[in-house]
Design a protein around this ligand. Structure first.
Ligand code: BES
Ligand code: MN
Ligand code: ZN
Length: 511
């Protein structure tokens, strides 16, 4: 993957030479402001004419590209609309830059120069704006061409973004924001790639190999538990799911210990933050076979695990002063001859027994053992992330991650990170009343809860395996796959949740 070079300079923007100069305008504003006004003067009112004629109103996501014919050194100016100023948010800027990246590519250009956009947005900082701009621009240009032999493979991609800062302190903020933005974009693209690869390539073994590559990064150690070791430990639920497949299951453990910092102790004996990612490399449903329509999307049922991998790689590259452990129970869910069957009872790592009433509710089975393992690490927080339920898709659609948890402050910090990242969460109840739906006649519980509240009963099931540990569960089934391309969200696997996790950890490192 070609990486993007982000440069930060101080100086005047109208004298800067580049393929494209990117400026913004808010809908409903009478004139042009800041850099747009300066450049317009150099262009003798060319941009103002576009506003006057009504060709460009500054509506959210609207763009117009003009050639400068040598009036300024930059070849073209791209104006992007940010919508009404009072409605603009940090994510408006991220989205605008996603659109800009696509428009720049259409023009056949590979680089652009830009000021910081969105300075007028309340409650944000130059650092966050620069971060969002870099994320949007890079993610907006994402393409997966690994298996294509046509011209799409050589489509031009962005190679450089140059910021022109308004002063020394803004330049410093842009530098740090860009560093974080690059890390976030790189992590999310890594996840999109892993999820785009088909299940015949992206097997549990392949994911274990990816993890081992991450083990070469600074401060990361990786251990892969093979079937035998997992049996010895007693992960009967995870192994139950793996029985139907010929692909050997892997229980992958990544441990990151960053440099010592003022953040809450990451030296020896410090309590880790544990991330657990659902890693089903393909979900056929097992004996409770899924309908074939859209089943190919179940290659992305390992999104949670991919996000944990990408997050650990990113925090190591950012050298965050934290202690973080990632756990990936990785297997296929297949209906092979030795597969578990409805009615089978599994002994989980926690000692609780589960009656499998539907083999398609496999995510909670592998997570039950992943979470029980996490509690043994004496964590200060456990966060699991999973494409867990179709009910989450029904309840929340495309724009919210389902959030559950047993501790207020942890929930609030995760929600806040999601807001900053533009990956919003919505809290759902974890009331004990729902547990009656999970009662079994023959075991401690069953793995499905009937018709009502499917996202809730799945989360409540998980809650039985975290003991007293502070814990948050994120159901990303609604958002991990997009039916259409949006500003910076690709069609297909989106990688949503990755930047939320990374933002949370960046915030923790600064706490
Ligand atoms: N991986 C699926 C959930 C899913 C559905 C993710 C759609 C993304 C899009 C999960 O393993 C599953 O099959 N859940 C079942 C649970 C049911 C049997 C209780 C579901 O939601 O149908
Ligand atoms: Mn399933
Ligand atoms: Zn699944």
């Amino acid at each position: 993957m070609a990486s993007v070079d982000v440069q930060v300079k101080q100086g005047r923007i109208e004298t800067e030479a580049d393929e494209v100069l990117v400026l913004h305008h808010y809908e409903g504003e009478a004139g042009l402001h800041d850099e747009a006004a300066t450049v317009d003067r150099a262009l003798k009112g060319l941009l103002r004419d576009l506003l006057k004629s009504g060709e460009f109103e500054g509506k959210n996501g609207q763009t117009v590209l003009v050639h400068t014919h040598g009036k300024i050194p930059a070849k073209r100016v791209l104006l992007v609309g940010l919508g009404r100023k009072k409605d603009a948010k940090l994510d408006t800027v991220r989205q605008a830059m996603g659109t800009v990246a696509k428009r720049v590519r259409q023009a056949g250009a590979r680089s652009f120069t830009t000021p910081l956009h969105g300075r007028a947005i309340a409650g944000t900082t130059g650092l966050l704006l620069a971060q969002a701009m870099v994320e949007g621009a890079i993610l907006g240009g994402y393409q997966f061409t690994a298996y294509r032999s046509d011209q799409a493979k050589d489509a031009k991609s962005l190679t450089r973004i140059r910021f022109i800062a308004a002063g020394a302190s803004e330049a410093a903020q842009i530098r740090e924001g860009s560093r974080r933005g690059l890390a976030g974009a790189e992590a999310a693209m890594f996840v999109r790639d892993l999820c785009n690869h088909p299940s015949n390539v992206m097997t549990p073994s392949c994911i274990a190999a990816e993890a081992k590559r991450i083990g070469k990064e600074r401060g990361v150690t990786v251990k892969v538990l093979e079937q035998r070791a997992v049996e010895k430990l007693g992960m009967g639920a995870f192994l139950g799911v793996a029985r139907g497949s010929h692909e050997p299951p892997k229980f992958i453990i990544l441990e990151y210990r960053g440099p010592a910092g003022r953040a809450s102790g990451n030296g020896r004996g410090s309590r880790p933050i544990v991330l657990v990612g659902k890693t089903i490399t393909f979900d056929t449903g097992g004996i409770s076979l899924k309908p074939s329509e859209n089943m190919e999307q179940m290659k992305a049922d390992m999104t949670g695990g991919a996000e944990v991998l990408a997050t650990i790689r990113a925090i190591s590259r950012l050298k965050l002063p934290l202690h973080v452990i990632g756990l990936l129970p990785a297997t296929e869910n297949m209906p092979g001859g030795r597969a578990i069957k409805p009615g089978d009872i599994l002994m989980t790592l926690s000692g609780k027994t589960v009656e499998v009433q539907n083999t398609d509710a496999e995510g909670r089975l592998i997570l039950a053992d992943g979470l029980a393992y996490a509690t043994r690490l004496k964590p200060k927080a456990i966060i699991d992330i999973a494409t867990l339920t179709g009910a989450c898709v029904v309840a929340l659609g495309q724009f919210a991650i389902g959030l559950f948890g047993n501790e207020e402050s942890l929930k609030r910090r995760i929600q806040q990170a999601g807001l900053t990242a533009g990956e919003r969460t919505w809290e759902m109840p974890l009331w004990e009343e729902y547990f009656e739906q999970l009662r079994s006649d023959v075991a401690d519980m069953r793995n499905i809860g009937g018709r009502g509240g499917g996202m809730i009963t799945a989360a409540l099931f998980l809650s039985k395996f975290v003991g007293d540990c502070p814990w948050v569960h994120l159901d990303i089934a609604s958002t991990d796959w997009s039916e259409r391309e949006r500003a910076y969200v690709s069609k297909g696997p989106t990688g949503i949740g990755t930047r939320l996790l990374l933002q949370y950890l960046m915030n923790e490192a600064a706490r």
